[in-house]
Design a protein around this ligand. Structure first.
Ligand code: IPM
Ligand code: MG
Length: 335
């Protein structure tokens, strides 16, 4: 928020509780005033949800439910997760630096379908035996619209699109692949490849630099985007945007959040890396407020902060580390 206010002092930013912060106040995961505020706003800059004390509880009693509802109710089906390795951070990657130098890919994850939302979804008892079911379900139009977003992005980038599925086993994946191939005819300038999800997981560490845009269904995208994220050495640097149909290009309604989720072990210690949140705000300016200039200004300030050698603890490898606040000050100084 501090960074956004330097770039756009006139923006009205109002805070509201969700998830664990709402539970602590005896409110549901997504309290009504929070939802109303989201309704009235141009975009949502989301913190993170998830706390160990709620593990094992049914979904509506877990902080994640807030995200589940916001994504579903605003139909934020297009989740963009850019993965970049900043100059100077190659050594932080678990892979050899030469494999990740200049890495710049984007995972386009379908976010409102698939096994997360398909029905039936329940835990039940049949003849005294407990069983559970989740359903992977896709309708062709859901695949078409996410495929178009991915092709458009690829067209504006290095014109390579990798579609990931599990068509050797899953019906939803066979439909996925067929629909993606149909849409591909509208984009002859984009080179399309299909990978099975297990192969994709492997190749992402073998040849990460070959990927440009990766498009995949909800759960595969959840898993692959964490794998792609850690190629950068810290999951604390990666932002995301979740967009839907509301609004117009550049003025889309959206939810913006760090992809890494919460880090309860770091809470209150002023040492978490704010990069993912700051870059999420940059994405918000770009996609919801038609402010490309503001977005790039923030992104360049982050790049400079890293190229000047400044680091938060998880990237400092025992060297000098800045606190969350001090790192944020350093970014602001470079805006
Ligand atoms: C993510 C997260 C969420 C998801 C959780 C918090 C529900 O892992 O955004 O990737 O699985 O979608
Ligand atoms: Mg995830």
């Amino acid at each position: 928020m501090r960074v956004v206010h330097v770039v756009r002092p006139e923006l009205e930013c109002v805070e509201a509780f969700v998830g664990g912060a709402a539970f602590e106040r005896k409110l549901p995961a997504l309290p009504e005033p929070t939802r109303e505020l989201c309704d009235r706003s141009d975009a949502i800059l989301f913190g993170s949800v998830g706390l160990p004390q709620y593990n094992g509880k049914p979904l509506p009693e877990r902080p994640e439910y807030a995200l589940f509802l916001l994504r579903r109710d605003y139909e934020l089906y297009a989740n963009l997760r850019p993965v970049r390795v900043f100059a100077g951070l190659e050594e932080a990657s678990p892979l050899r630096p030469e494999l990740v130098r200049g890495l710049d890919l984007i995972v386009v994850r379908e976010l409102t379908g698939g096994i997360y939302y398909g029905r039936p979804k329940e835990l039940r008892s049949v003849g005294g035996i407990e069983e559970a079911v989740d359903t992977m379900y896709y309708r062709a139009p859901e695949i078409e619209r996410i495929a178009r977003i991915a092709f458009e992005l690829a067209r504006a980038r290095r014109k390579r699109l990798t579609s990931v599925d599990k068509q050797n086993i899953l019906e939803t994946s066979r439909l996925w692949r067929r629909v993606v191939n149909e849409i591909a005819r509208e984009y002859p300038d984009v080179a399309l490849e299909h990978l099975l999800v297990d192969t994709a997981a492997m190749q992402l560490v073998q040849r990460p630099g070959d990927f440009d845009v990766i498009v995949t269904e909800n759960m595969f995208g959840d898993i692959l985007s964490d794998e792609a994220a850690i190629l950068t050495g810290s999951i604390g640097t990666l932002p995301s945007a979740s967009l839907g149909e509301r609004g117009s290009p550049g003025r889309q309604y959206g939810l913006y959040e760090p992809i890494g989720g919460t880090a309860p072990d770091l809470a209150g210690k002023d040492c978490a890396n704010p990069t993912a949140s700051i870059l999420s705000a940059a994405m918000l300016l770009r996609h919801s407020l038609a402010d490309e200039a503001g977005a790039s200004r923030i992104e360049r300030a982050i790049e400079r902060t890293y190229s000047d050698g400044l680091r938060t603890a998880e990237l400092a490898h025992g060297g000098a580390a800045l606190s969350t606040d001090a790192f944020t000050d350093a970014v602001i100084a470079r805006l």
